[in-house]
Ligand binder design. Sequence first.
Ligand SMILES: C[S@@+](CC[C@H](N)C(=O)[O-])C[C@H]1O[C@@H](n2cnc3c(N)ncnc32)[C@H](O)[C@@H]1O
Length: 443
Amino acid sequence: MGINATPSATPAAPPSTSARALAFDTLGAVLEQKRPLDDVLEGNPDRDRLAPRDRGFARLLVATTLRRLGQIDRIIDGCLDKPLPRRAAAVRQLLRLGVCQLLFLETPPHAAVDTTVELIAGRGGGEAGFKGLINAILRRVDRERAAWLERTAEPALNTPAWLWESWAATYGIERTGEIAAAHLREPPLDLTPKSDAAGWRDRLGATLLPTGGLRLALDGPIESLPGFAEGAWWVQDAAAALPARLLGDVAGRRVVDLCAAPGGKTAQLAAAGADVIAVDRSAPRLERLRSNLTRLGLNAAISIADATLWQPDQPADAVLLDAPCSATGTIRRHPDVPWLKQPNDVAKLTALQARLLQAALTMVRPGGLIVFCTCSLQPEEGPAHIDALLRNDAPVERVPIQPGEVGGLDSLIDTNGDLRTLPCHLSELGGIDGFFAARLRRR
Ligand SMILES: C[S@@+](CC[C@H](N)C(=O)[O-])C[C@H]1O[C@@H](n2cnc3c(N)ncnc32)[C@H](O)[C@@H]1O
């Protein structure tokens, strides 16, 4: 039987300072204002007033709600006799957080229900009148949890249809199911050490991945980890660390890092001894790159410019282009991405990527290498660019990637010799982000 969406009372609103209140404000900002999750959290002064544990809980609660959004909404709708009125957007956000805690975060039922009801009571306005409805729905979901989980187990439910269809057409339905399943899991923390990977593995109690990076489970701020203050490592997904390595030995080489900020790949190139020029058009992001390099004790020349127009003083030995993209390969770490991006974003980014790639080709000397990469699962943002270049007789040839360059994992290399990682790869070790990279040599 459904539950009726009728308001009943209107109490006053206290300031929002608790972890759940932060989660509530954040979820609304992501889903209603279409703002990126981490920007919203970092820009909220309430977050700084919370203990690190509470901050962590707030992010986990919002992230898990976003990972399971389709499923959670199906459950909420199944409990309603009639749709929630438009003015009750906040009620839906609260229900989403309540259902998420009950079904996916192992929050004790009384805590999940009571704290959600307290939050609505504290909001004032028309929403507070939905207290009875929220209470009834959450109690019902708790009573019928096994049935709801069974009824909403379809793998496609938590992925917007346009993404599911694109992945199914590109990778097949079975792989798409595995990708979607990988998006449901909280990812581990990946670090790239500046040097002495085995030593830092031991000091951090980390796993040394076949691809060379370190992996650990962390429940707390990264600043507390050994090696942070001395700049021994930086945070970088294991897949994101692969493209820079495809340039081979860069010691003493002039390497242009295009679209460089916040600088994970710049740091890799600088640590490997390259003479790096990091180019990005965003001043605030370059400021982050600068402070990251300072902490790491690494150097790079920095240029703030539109990379479609910029040129180096002399042709580079190599160019790494990590083009802006839809970031659908990073949904594990950024579960807001599916709910923020639209197909027309992919179309706009694809056009920009093509211009950036054309510009990159003009920056490198004959015989020099170009690595083009994106953290996208969309074929338009990866292999389609390389196909188009080769079809149109651009002055480049593909230099196929060998398994030995990616930790011996030939499953990460496609039939063309390009890198194609998927979130379901290395699942036994906790997965990796989805990245595409192709290596080209300038003729
Ligand atoms: C995927 S991020 C780069 C991540 C970076 N390579 C790293 O490893 O840390 C894409 C970057 O492209 C930059 N960008 C977007 N359009 C650009 C353009 N036309 N010229 C230069 N940079 C651009 C953005 O500011 C953003 O920092």
